[in-house]
Design a protein around this ligand. Structure first.
Ligand code: TPP
Ligand code: MG
Length: 621
């Protein structure tokens, strides 16, 4: 059965806009009992069908697969095979990330014997009241399709169902086919048609004509329209269509995390990031917008600043989305269709914004650009600020190079400050915001775009959570440049904790104070932990350097361009010198009752802030 599956996967192709490409770039895997004999044997016997890649950690290999598929606009992807038990469950976080971000990954966890002969097998979870449960059932809620292959011939409908989901822009995400180890090794008569070359056509569906008319009418009477570009717009390859449309109409564009790069940063109508981590320009324009056109966005809490960013009481939404589920949000007028095709249809209706509105937008954009210049060159001492690190990386990176990030304070700062010049130049995983995605995801990005330099920006906390794929980068001779921003712990959550009155509790990397556990040892107490990230990276085989100043960082980045090996630069920054928020709010609830004054004050501020949250329930016309 495993041999048939590998042959099947090797023969899947996708076609969009007349361009046909192979869908599976290969198969990541860590072997153990549960896959070493089945899938492992099949990959070994037919190495040309599906190229095998070894990883250090199953979670990380799913991240690498996600980074790859996202970079390839979901038109190419990886499978991931694991042993049963912990090898399988290690993939759950990766599955959730892929599903939440709508990125196709095919997960093939090994499963317990379908025969139940060896029972309980090593690593089997026994559930006394349910014989058909295994640990792989945890994949169900985080997969867009789940199946367990109990008989070999069952792989035929399951593999086809998996492909339907993986190639669907609306439904894609993690697909899990749990493979009992005895079934993997079992023989069956494989229908020739099953393993024949098969092409899946990715359509560009249009919304129904009447919906386009209704949207054009709403746009036609809008005084202060705003486009919010999401990840769907980038996947659709709609950036050129967007630019043409706004050049003709003058409608400004704000970007979500996944939508950043929809416009080059220096376009006069590019407001940049919107929401909790939004720019002053985008958040001011959003406040007064009377019509918001969301394109390929699922309207997360960060994008809407917990429903506070749009304050016009009469604001209406038009939602262009391939997923009906998202198109209906905020009581919007739903345009269910492909972003590029729909923009082109809307562009058929003439409209231009009021010149005074356009002038105001362009002034706000210029003011924002001056703010970025300021933050890039603060000259903060004795330690540099994170914004200066971002500035240095941005200014060293070429126009097509890619920045990769996922969690901590960096994603918010990058969302505001990174000057994106290419639609695929900004790769921040902020759907699941997974600490540990950065290096593994960056590896996948580089595999998808070997001609671009890939800059992974990662906090010390995220680095310590999952840095081992540096070894994979060394093994596969894949060059990524990793910049570790070391602020001795969780600065983002520290700031959040202080804002809630909890004084940064549990967010510093410090020695425990003597006596706090009844122990009273000699040694540094309350001091920063002696973690040497640069030495750690070097020990994994990367070229590694520790720098102190922004000038040294620039020199290291210049050197990194020359070196064709994984390159890690570590720089210490001032954890308290953060980029301001620009008229945004985020709903994070402090305790309603507390003995601490700081918490009570935070709760008071919170109650006030919450009053500006809107419901966005007004029915569409
Ligand atoms: C896997 C995971 N665990 C916990 C969190 C919650 N969290 C978000 S940011 C953060 C701290 C990140 O620390 P670091 O990478 O050093 O970045 P910094 O906050 O210092 O910028 C934590 C714990 C998360 N996003 N992902
Ligand atoms: Mg940190």
């Amino acid at each position: 059965m495993a041999q048939a599956l590998v042959r099947f996967l090797a023969n899947q192709y996708v076609e969009r806009d007349g361009i046909e490409q192979r869908f599976f770039a290969g198969c990541w895997g860590i072997f153990g009992h549960g896959n070493v004999g089945g899938i492992g044997q099949a990959l070994h016997e037919r190495p040309d069908d599906l190229r095998y890649f070894q990883a250090r950690n199953e979670q990380a290999m799913v991240h690498a697969a996600s980074g790859y598929a996202k970079m390839r606009d979901r038109l190419a992807m990886f499978a991931c095979t694991t042993s049963i038990g912990p090898g399988a469950t290690n993939m759950v976080t990766g599955a959730a990330l892929a599903t939440i971000n709508r990125i196709p990954v095919l997960l093939l966890p090994g499963d317990v014997f379908s025969s139940r002969a060896p029972d309980p097998v090593l690593q089997q979870l026994e559930v006394p009241w349910a014989g058909d449960v295994s640990v792989n059932d945890v994949f169900r809620p985080v997969s867009r399709y789940f199946d367990r292959i109990m008989r070999p011939e069952q792989i035929v409908p399951a593999a086809l169902a998996a492909m339907r989901v993986l190639t669907s822009a609306a439904d894609t995400g993690a697909v899990t086919l749990a493979l009992p180890q005895d079934v993997q090794a079992e023989a069956f008569d494989v229908p020739d048609d099953f393993v024949a070359r098969r092409t899946w056509h990715i359509e560009r569906r249009l919304p129904e004509a009447a919906a386009i008319v209704r949207a054009a009418e709403l746009i036609g009477v809008a005084k202060r329209p705003l486009i919010v570009a999401g990840g769907g717009l980038i996947y659709s390859g709609a950036t050129e269509a967007l630019r043409k449309w706004i050049d003709a109409t003058g409608v400004p564009v704000a970007e979500t995390q996944a939508g950043k790069g929809a416009l080059p940063f220096d376009h006069p109508l590019a407001l940049g990031a919107i929401g909790v981590t939004g720019t002053s320009a985008a958040n001011r324009v959003a406040r007064e917008a009377d019509l918001v056109i969301g394109i390929g966005t699922r309207w997360t809490d960060f994008t809407t600043a917990s429903k506070t960013v749009f304050q016009d009481p009469n604001v209406r939404f038009v939602n262009v989305n391939v997923a009906e589920f998202d198109a209906q949000k905020h009581a919007g007028l739903a345009l269910v269709g492909d972003a590029r095709a729909t923009i082109e249809a809307l562009a058929g209706w003439s409209y231009t914004v009021d010149p005074a509105y356009r002038e105001r937008v362009e002034r706000l954009v210029r003011e924002w650009s001056a703010e970025v210049d300021r933050l890039y060159s603060l000259g903060h001492t004795p330690l540099p600020a994170q914004s200066e690190v971002i500035g240095a990386v941005n200014e060293t990176a070429g126009p097509r190079d890619v920045v990769v990030c996922a969690a901590g304070s960096l994603p918010g700062d990058l969302h505001k400050l990174w000057r994106t010049r290419d639609p695929k130049g900004y790769h921040v995983e902020y759907g699941f915001s997974t600490m540990g995605y950065e290096i593994a995801g960056g590896l996948g990005v580089k595999m998808a775009a070997p001609d671009r330099e890939v800059y992974v920006l990662v906090g010390d906390g995220s680095y310590l959570m999952l840095a081992q794929e540096l070894v994979t980068a060394v093994q596969e001779r894949i060059k990524i440049v990793v910049v570790v921003v070391d602020n001795h712990g969780y600065s983002s959550i520290g700031g959040l904790s202080r804002s809630l009155g909890s004084q940064g509790f549990g967010t510093h990397y410090r020695y425990r104070k003597a006596g706090s556990l009844g122990l009273d040892r000699e040694g540094p107490q309350g001091d920063t932990l002696p973690i040497d990230i640069a030495a750690n990276a070097a020990s994994l085989g990367a070229v590694s350097e520790k720098v102190r100043t922004v000038a040294e960082l620039r020199a290291a980045l210049t050197e990194a361009k020359r070196v064709e090996r994984p390159y890690v630069v570590t720089i210490e920054t001032d954890r308290y010198e953060s980029v301001p928020a620009y008229e945004s709010w985020w709903d994070v609830a402090p305790a309603e009752v507390s003995g601490l004054d700081d918490v009570r004050a935070a709760r008071e501020r919170y109650e006030k802030g919450r009053k500006s949250a809107r419901s966005h329930l007004r029915p569409p016309r």
